[in-house]
Design a protein around this ligand. Sequence first.
Ligand code: ZN
Length: 158
Amino acid sequence: MVKFNLMVKADLEQISEVYPNDNFDWVVKVKCTGCNTDSEKWHDINEKNEITSDSKNKGTFHFSFKCKFCSRVGYLAISHEGAKKLTAEEKNFVPLIAFDCRGLEPIDFQPAVGWVAVSDEGTKFQDVSLADGEWCDYDEALGSPVGIYNIEHKFTRV
Ligand SMILES: [Zn+2]
């Protein structure tokens, strides 16, 4: 298994922390490491979707992918080991989640929907969408606008 961290950073305006909700869909593109072919499709990977792999690849995974070209099947398991929230203090990339991969690797990510953002005043915004790469709202308790901007991501091999 090869482990990849999804590293994310963003500029937070009056927001103390940002994290994925309990039913988060990780929208990713993958490539087959058997033949090095990128898949064109985006895949929604949800931790609630547990799959058991075949006899050769024992374990529980959250996503499987059959390569169109070489027909090999790759597997991915979501791992919270080392995962952190995005916080206002952290200006660098943080590991938001990790993927344990076999036969595939993640190559791209869409922030999409399902984020929780907590303002400096403690107001919790549920189901925040970062599909446009940013988000803004108004926090009544704080009496000021809040937002998430300039979201960037990359995958690093652990
Ligand atoms: Zn392949």
